[in-house]
Design a protein around this ligand. Structure first.
Ligand code: M6R
Length: 611
């Protein structure tokens, strides 16, 4: 986690670095800091605990002038959030920011202390600054000193380093943590993620593991750890800076919820073959032969992406008749599970950087499985290590709670299942055609649900804002949506919420129900409808406050519910794409009424690149 940013050019660096950090703050927000080469004064740093605004105040009191600098926003791993643990860390002429975890930090600390280094913080990062400083003290250039220090590190890092001895460059390097460099006119940049650089340049290069880059005003030189030069052309990123702004919404999350029709349109564009009643497969990157020979599908993901992956099991088994399992990447990795040739692993990840998903996918690939990534961030680590990539095109997602990336993942997974089913002759052209047509209408249908349910959901959130526990129930494709609704509420409003497979209630959880517990029942008219309605009635009979999400005009659901949220009638496969929308809004409004920090909830970070 953590966000790093760097700038070298002719403009004052501090405002650019702060702006970049503001766009990266979703990666961590325990503390923040800048280091700037101040002409005639060497490197100066400013650091502050808490949100970026504290650093901004510190800079107003004591500004930093200079056109070369690095910055950091922290999500604490080693050492509590405090000014001394905040980055940048300094050792002699060196200042350094770091995202990642150095695993051999205990041994390094012992060694450095033995060599007389005075280590001020509890962090693993400061040790790297000392290692570089020791190399520089032997007369090495900054670039060579960084290489020397990196050879001693185990773990994950993206670093940006300044040296007072070489004020005209920034040296950056990465292993297992993301780092992108940006090329401007007479200026160069680096950052953990694309949005930080969007207002300044769209020409970016994604560094690979084991690469070092030297940033100067008018050039960027990339090489491998052993010094071999790397030639890589920049990619032009077509995300606009406005996509990473709040655009008048109170929170990024609310903006991203309402952006879903647009995000869906972008994700579906060019992929629906309405004439052939099929999905255009060229972007999936697998051959028809791959589709026909796949023996089993294994979906790997974490958090919200895992809930999206769960729908893949229903779709792929139902439409393509391929045995499918879904695994939490964090449980799969290191387990030595049975996976190998003939298996298609689908790694689902918004950021494309989640460490557990990345490691799990790499393990499966090493055992002979083919890996398909479903990711949103172009050029991120999981797509890069995969055999094929099917991107969602949701644009940058800034709110920590994933919304538009979830629904676009659902769409990609469904499109993949249709594509697979057509190639395996398990899905008729008629059925595929009906799904393709419903997908083509989806952006409008989503817009109708968002505008049609917003006020009702806001009222319900107001009514139940003080509920201490909330249950979410669903069957079939609605089960992952129940889990997702509960996760959204937990992570931004800190209310205890649980999602259950509705049929499991009678095996225990029904004991939790009483008149104080709102129960949100997902009862769309699908193949589970009758049994879902029975579960709803069982909850009502135990005096629960029942809020149902049901198909428009469902009088039975209305009769048994205290409140009814209606969504349009669509083919069963598309219901999750609609029923999740009011659940996202519900979580948002409860959190907003409670006054929590919706976009940056406590203890969380957007991209989880730690164990
Ligand atoms: O970037 P990823 O999709 O791999 O992230 C996985 C989870 O960390 C993520 O979905 C997390 O659960 C979100 N905060 C959910 O809103």
């Amino acid at each position: 986690m953590c966000g790093i940013v760097g700038y070298i050019g002719s403009q004052p660096s501090a405002p650019i670095l702060l702006d970049g950090l503001r766009r990266l703050e979703y990666r961590g927000y325990d503390s923040a800091g800048l280091a700037v080469q101040v002409p005639g004064a060497g490197i100066e740093i400013r650091r502050a605990v808490g949100k970026l605004r504290n650093l901004e105040s510190a800079l107003r009191e004591r500004p930093l002038d200079g056109s070369v600098g690095i910055g950091h926003t922290r999500w604490a791993t080693h050492g509590r959030p405090s000014e001394v643990n905040a980055h940048p860390h300094v050792a002699g002429p060196i200042a350094l920011v770091h995202n990642g975890i150095i695993e051999n930090h205990l041994e390094l600390r012992r060694r450095l202390e033995g060599r007389g280094c005075a280590i001020a913080s509890d962090t693993d990062t400061e040790l790297v600054a000392h290692l570089i400083q020791l190399e520089v003290a032997q007369g090495k250039s900054l670039e060579d000193a960084v290489r020397g220090a990196l050879a001693e590190l185990q773990g994950a890092y993206a670093i940006a380093v300044l040296s007072e001895k070489e004020p005209e460059r920034i040296v950056v390097a990465k292993h297992s943590s993301p780092l992108v460099v940006g090329l401007g006119e007479g200026e160069s940049f680096c950052a953990s993620d694309i949005p930080a650089l969007l207002p300044y340049t769209r020409d970016m290069i994604f560094l690979e593991d084991g690469e070092v880059a030297v940033l100067e005003r008018d050039r960027i030189r990339i090489s491998k750890l052993d010094g071999t030069a790397v030639e890589r052309a920049p990619r032009r990123i077509d995300w606009s800076p406005v996509m990473a702004e709040k655009a008048g919404y109170k929170h990024f999350m609310l903006k991203e919820i309402f952006e879903q029709p647009r995000a869906m349109e972008d994700t579906l564009r060019g992929r629906l073959d309405r004439e052939a009643r099929d999905i255009h497969g060229h972007e999936i990157g697998l051959s028809d032969d791959d589709a026909r020979t796949v023996r089993r599908v294994v979906l790997l993901a974490c958090g919200t992406s895992h809930h999206a992956a769960m729908t893949g099991r229903y779709h792929i088994e139902a439409l393509a008749r391929v045995p499918t399992v879904v695994e939490l990447a964090s449980e799969f990795r290191g387990r030595d599970g049975v996976v190998g040739e003939g298996d298609l692993v689908i790694a689902v990840s918004q950021s494309g950087e989640t460490l557990d998903t990345l490691v799990a996918a790499k393990e499966a690939k090493a055992k002979g499985a083919k890996v398909l990534a479903i990711a949103n961030v172009i050029g991120s680590a999981i797509p890069r290590m995969s055999d094929a990539v099917f991107y969602t095109h949701a644009g940058p997602e800034i709110g920590v709670a994933s919304t538009k990336c979830f629904t676009t993942q659902l769409a990609n997974i469904l499109m993949f299942a249709i594509w697979l089913g057509r190639r395996r002759d398990t899905l008729s052209a008629d059925r595929a055609g009906a799904l393709v047509e419903a997908l083509a209408r989806l952006p409008h249908t989503m817009q109708d649900v968002l505008t049609g349910t917003r006020q009702l959901v806001a009222n319900l959130a107001r009514r139940y804002v003080d509920a201490r526990d909330v249950l979410y129930l669903g069957r079939g494709l609605s089960f992952p949506i129940a889990l997702e609704g509960a996760l959204k509420l937990k992570e931004i409003s800190y209310v205890h919420a649980e999602g259950y497979a509705a049929g499991e209630m009678k095996h225990g959880p029904i004991a939790l129900i009483d008149s104080h517990v709102p129960v949100i029942c997902l009862v769309p008219r699908d193949s589970h409808y009758d049994r879902s309605l029975s579960n709803l009635q069982e909850a009502k009979a135990r005096e629960a406050r029942v809020i149902s999400v049901a198909t428009e005009g469902d009088e039975a659901a209305r009769t048994f519910s205290d409140d009814l949220i209606e969504v349009p009638d669509v083919p069963e496969e598309l219901t999750p794409l609609l029923t999740v929308l009011p659940l996202q809004l519900y979580a948002y409004y409860v959190a907003d009424y409670k006054g929590t920090d919706v976009d940056q909830p406590r203890n969380l970070a957007k991209t989880v690149t730690v164990e």
